[in-house]
Design a protein around this ligand. Structure first.
Ligand SMILES: Cc1ncc(COP(=O)(O)O)c(C=O)c1O
Length: 435
């Protein structure tokens, strides 16, 4: 099908170079996913309507368990009502690059995020992807990046760019502090950067940030943590916390009681805060450097004003109602995890975080399982190869505070029916999810 692309790397049809281009290999690897995209209603869908967390695709209404709006801020009336006032004052989009000028809203957001997460300073940029692509090459220079093997694809892309600019990339095993130390003990050019996910986007489990931060300090490296999912959900622990997620949703570093010494935190507002923006928590000197060294500060368009407004309103709601919302989210997530436990089904989730991956016993069943869930009114993320390794192919449930109790009950009911038709991987002993 892609035979027309089977020419040399240069694009010159006279080139006789063999077909080893990454694009051919990549398209081949994406075959299963492409099949699903063509035929399964659970992928690449057009959402025709929305009512709370119910979505309509064609004639079918489904309960949406594929949203990352964990706190339900996308549907929050108070947050939505805040937008018109900002639009009236600032228009829809400032359209200056940040280096040219930023509405004062950015200053307010950066100050409030800094106070919330307790870092020295914060730099807001449009997306986490752009932060990785801009910041990782600057931090790595001609030094060494230690990349966790299952870090998010967007971190990989940032590392690839850094590698093209002279950095060496070494990979260490997932969640394996000892394997990282083995690499750190080798001769490595400085600067040294360790890249990991905070709360992993597939397992829902938090990285051992304390262990990795200890190594960063010991080996004079910087720990770079992408907590796209954790920010807004998990936060500092307290005696009177409303759930085991902790309080304030101020991310993984605070959740585990770590400091920002040798630690840089990246997080996004597009998940829990339902707003198109992201940020890097860093010392002020690095922020100043990035203003002229990071292309996404120099050249990229800014976040829409509506997103800056919903970020500020979201920060207000987080202060007043955030911990009650997180308690509700914990309870709803627990109901789904309890159900899987009753059904004897495996999930890698050991944390109680609202990302629940359910691997299938046979990866070939994914198309039929997707159809079954769709026909029974449940919308989830299908985790096909190569999004996950073949032995982890299955589906990912994401619970949000905006899912109603009735939707959770429906999910539990459908999961019960699913196991009568399809084999899930059996629960593994000693892996019970826990606070
Ligand atoms: C761990 C992680 N990092 C980065 C991203 C990309 O975030 P953004 O949309 O802000 O580029 C995602 C998106 O799902 C993610 O899960």
């Amino acid at each position: 099908m892609f035979g027309f692309m089977r020419v040399g790397v240069s694009g010159d049809p006279r080139s006789t170079r063999p077909v080893t281009r990454w694009i051919d290999r990549w398209l081949e690897a994406c075959n299963d996913l492409a099949e699903l995209e063509r035929s399964n209603p659970m992928t690449d869908a057009v959402i025709d309507d929305l009512d709370g967390r119910m979505i309509r695709i064609g004639d079918q209404w489904l309960a949406d368990f594929a949203s990352c709006n964990y706190l339900g801020f996308d549907l929050d009336r108070e947050i939505n009502a805040s937008v018109p006032e900002y639009l009236a004052r600032w228009g829809t989009h400032p359209s200056w690059s940040r280096l040219l000028g930023s509405p004062v809203l950015y200053t307010r957001i950066e100050e409030r995020l800094r106070d919330l997460i307790g870092s020295e300073d914060v730099l807001v940029l449009p997306t986490i992807t752009l932060i990785h692509m801009s910041v990782i090459p600057v931090l790595a220079g001609g030094g060494t990046i230690f990349l966790e093997k299952r870090a998010h694809k967007t971190i990989y892309d940032g590392c690839q760019l850094a590698s093209a600019r002279g950095a060496t990339v070494k990979k260490f095993a997932f969640e394996d502090v000892e394997d990282l130390e083995r690499l750190l003990l080798q001769k490595n050019a400085a600067p040294r950067l360790i890249c990991i996910d905070g709360v992993n986007s597939m397992t829902g489990n938090a990285a051992d940030v304390e262990g990795f931060a200890r190594l960063a300090r010991e080996y004079d490296a910087l720990l770079y943590v992408d907590d796209a999912h954790g920010f807004g959900v998990i936060g500092e622990r307290a005696a009177d916390e409303t759930s085991p997620y902790g309080m304030r949703g101020n991310s993984i570093v605070r959740h585990v009681g770590e400091s920002y010494d040798h630690v840089l935190l990246v997080a996004g507002l597009s998940k829990s805060y339902s707003s198109l923006a992201a940020f890097l928590a860093c010392p002020p000197e690095l922020k100043r450097l990035l203003k002229t060294a990071a292309p996404s500060y120099l050249y990229s368009g800014p976040s829409p004003v509506a997103s800056l407004a919903t970020t500020l309103a979201g920060l207000d709601v987080n202060e007043t109602r955030g911990d009650a919302i997180r308690a509700d989210l914990w309870r709803k997530t627990a109901a789904v995890l309890d159900c899987l436990e009753r059904l004897g089904a495996h999930t890698p989730n050991r944390s109680g975080f609202p990302i629940i991956e359910v691997p299938l016993a046979r990866h070939e069943d994914i198309d039929a399982v997707g159809r079954f869930l769709f026909e029974n009114g449940i919308y989830v993320t299908l985790a096909a190869y190569p999004l996950v390794p073949r032995d982890e192919v299955g589906f990912r449930i994401q619970v949000t505070a905006a899912n109603t109790n009735a939707e959770i009950e429906r999910l539990v009911d459908v999961l019960g029916k699913l196991v009568e038709r399809f084999d899930l991987q059996p629960a593994r002993s000693g892996k019970r999810w826990a606070a």
